[in-house]
Write a protein that binds this ligand. Structure first.
Ligand SMILES: NC(=O)c1ccc[n+]([C@@H]2O[C@H](COP(=O)([O-])OP(=O)(O)OC[C@H]3O[C@@H](n4cnc5c(N)ncnc54)[C@H](O)[C@@H]3O)[C@@H](O)[C@H]2O)c1
Length: 288
């Protein structure tokens, strides 16, 4: 495989092969999504940031629907766990250890997914983080660059890698993750992150509109605080957490599943006219 091969590993191929020999998806009961029955069965999604939080939740939701799930993340332990959980549902999984800030590795991720499943229908770019909380005047070049590399370039590379393939099929849905922060600017803690997420929301709109006549839809989700490792890192003290909660009319953080179900909806055939925009999911909180 060309590119940065050491950055990528195929996880436990034998388990993947075993799962393929299982008859049916017997644990995929309780489907929730409207639209064509079995719409997702046998279709393939690539998910970055799949080791944890929203990415993992989405992986398990797509597995429930019978999709093949390519789980990619920089965390080998976490991505292995997610891939194993996908396999337990009876769906097919491929786990890849990958750094999304490396273009060649992202390219290889798409190639390996195609080798295994022959086709990619959906891409969910969930890998992202604020990396550090800093006041604006303390944000240095290193933090700024790493934040843009992860959130902007990681999303950009994955879209560029998968689009030629989706264009050939004249079909594909890409879902990116923005943040409420892009509307609020991240004052006092995370202007670097808010700006990067603003770029993600803008890129999403551009890609959606450039390829709107080619069978491609591209959307983003801009969550408020969601109960994951990410939110735990942001709510560094009980007082700060309470302040965040006070800002949310529903009085609670969102759950990763609540975002994952939206990814499923966006990729489904229930919303074929929906593209370009970001959807805010925040319990009523935020910039209103
Ligand atoms: N949780 C929130 O409150 C919240 C709010 C708004 C937006 N978001 C966004 O949602 C997305 C998912 O975050 P989450 O809450 O699930 O957090 P999380 O920390 O649980 O998951 C993020 C995942 O990204 C992976 N990752 C980090 N750097 C990577 C790299 N270079 N290459 C590949 N993978 C990498 C991490 O290992 C982790 O598994 C992120 O883009 C985040 O910015 C989260």
């Amino acid at each position: 495989m060309a590119g940065l091969v050491p950055a990528i590993r195929v996880l436990n191929n034998s388990k993947v092969v075993d799962a393929r020999h299982k008859a049916g998806h017997d644990k995929c009961k309780g489907k929730a999504m409207p639209g064509t029955p079995d719409y997702f069965r046998g279709k393939t999604i690539v998910i970055t940031g799949a080791a944890s939080g929203i990415g993992r939740a989405a992986a398990l939701i797509f597995a429930r629907e019978g999709a093949n799930v390519v789980c990619a993340d920089i965390s080998e332990t976490g991505v292995t766990e997610t891939a194993e959980k996908v396999l337990e549902t009876g769906a097919q999984a491929l786990g890849l250890t990958i750094d999304v800030t490396r273009r060649a590795a992202v390219h290889d991720m798409i190639e390996l997914a195609l080798n295994d499943f022959g086709r990619i229908d959906f891409l969910f770019n969930s890998a992202g983080a604020a990396l550090a909380r800093k006041k604006f005047l303390d944000i240095d070049d290193d933090l700024l660059e790493r934040t843009f590399d992860l959130n902007v370039k990681g999303t950009f590379y994955a879209m560029q890698a998968v689009l030629p393939h989706m264009l050939k099929n004249r079909f594909g849905v890409i879902v990116n993750v923005g943040s409420m922060a892009h509307r609020r600017g991240g004052p006092g803690t995370s202007v670097h992150y808010a700006a990067a997420k603003g770029a993600v929301v803008t890129m999403t709109m551009g890609v959606a509109r450039e390829f709107a006549k080619d069978g491609i839809r591209c959307l983003s989700i801009s969550p408020g605080p969601v109960d994951t490792a990410f939110a735990a890192a942001a709510a560094t003290s009980p007082e700060l957490k309470q302040r965040m909660l006070d800002d949310i009319p529903m009085g609670r953080f969102g759950t990763a599943d609540e975002i994952g179900e939206l990814v499923l909806f966006m990729c489904s055939d229930a919303c074929p006219y929906m593209t370009a925009d970001t959807v805010y999911v925040n319990g009523g909180g935020g910039w209103r």
